[in-house]
Design a protein around this ligand. Structure first.
Ligand code: NAD
Length: 292
């Protein structure tokens, strides 16, 4: 907490915000939220708790009983927690997962801010995505949140590609849900079908890699085999932020694509949660100076 001693910073009035996940000690969220609380003089403290599915129900009961204002949720609890909450926002209902909970007088509402965070990051990068065509690699948690929010926010067509692993069926479910509930045209294909992937990218405005490719410890893995899949007028986003520049993003840079990494998505998902809990706008320029 910077130069303010904890005995002055934390008093009998201080409200708790939590993050429940496992493993989670590496998270940047405590720094982001605690620095923002301090900057705005808000009397909250953000603390991480190592919680998995085994201890999740008791944890939620305890947080509710203690009147804790809210908390973030990360793996492995994002899906499992939905059964212990009272209400879900529309995006959380479609996705079936939650990353933010707010406690309003004992009523627990779950929402997911990963998708809105990603869309805000695109806006900040100057991307006008309404009515545009997007190719998205991935069918896991981050990819699904982005695909659902993009469809809700007016992207006209989303082409999902994933390898034929345990996430593929989730991608198929996303296609079905978004086709039923939105006007967006959504399809899925195999990431190994490189001709289809190339054809999709060639007629897309935006390409998002929402797989774990490039993230530690698979830094050398890329979703496509080479940079010939990219062209200079394609906007490329990689949701990974550790490292800041994946091998795939370095190709986008070399080709001259406008691009962004996962830091914007991370920042804006946090800013939306911050607003839900405190009613205040996170001082995002200040937070960028600290964590980017
Ligand atoms: P997940 O486990 O739910 O999904 C993993 C996805 O990656 C699946 O689609 C899987 O098929 C794909 N994948 C894994 N290894 C692959 C490989 N070798 N080749 C091709 N595809 C592969 O994970 P998640 O929670 O969706 O996270 C995915 C990435 O997104 C992680 O790197 C995570 O750090 C990042 N993420 C970023 C933010 C952010 O705010 N920027 C938020 C959430 C997740």
């Amino acid at each position: 907490m910077g130069s303010i001693p904890v005995t002055e910073r934390v008093t009998g009035h201080t409200e708790l915000i939590g993050l429940i996940a496992k493993p989670i000690r590496h998270s940047m969220s405590p720094t982001m939220h605690n620095e923002a609380f301090k900057k705005l003089g808000l009397d909250y403290v953000y603390v991480v708790f190592e919680v998995d599915n085994e201890t999740l129900e008791d944890t939620v009961k305890g947080l509710r009983a203690m009147g804790v204002r809210g908390w973030n949720v990360s793996m492995p609890n994002k899906v499992a927690i939905t059964q212990y909450l009272d209400e879900l926002t529309p995006a959380a209902q479609i996705i079936g997962a939650v990353n933010t909970v707010v406690n309003n007088n004992g009523v627990l509402t779950g929402t997911i801010t990963d998708g809105t965070g990603a869309m805000k990051a695109l806006e900040e990068a100057g991307v006008d995505y309404k009515g545009k065509i997007m190719t998205v690699f991935g069918a896991g948690g981050a990819a699904t949140a982005i695909q659902v929010q993009a469809a809700l926010d007016g992207v006209s067509e989303i082409r999902i590609f994933n390898r034929k692993d345990e996430f593929y069926a989730n991608g198929e479910a996303t296609v079905q849900k978004l086709t039923e509930r939105t006007n967006c045209k959504v399809t899925i294909g195999d990431l190994a079908d490189l001709d289809a992937v190339r054809a999709s990218i060639d007629s897309s405005d935006i390409l998002i890699d929402a797989t774990s490719c490039g993230m530690k410890p698979i830094e050398d893995v890329t979703p496509v085999p080479d940079k010939s899949f990219l062209r200079p007028d394609l906007f490329v986003m990689d949701v990974v932020y550790a490292p800041r520049e994946t091998k795939f993003l370095s190709w986008a840079k070399e080709v001259g694509c406008p691009h962004c990494n996962g830091m914007g998505m991370m920042l804006w998902q946090g800013a939306e949660a911050f607003k839900i809990w405190t009613g205040e706008d996170m001082p995002t320029d200040f937070i960028k100076e600290i964590i980017f």
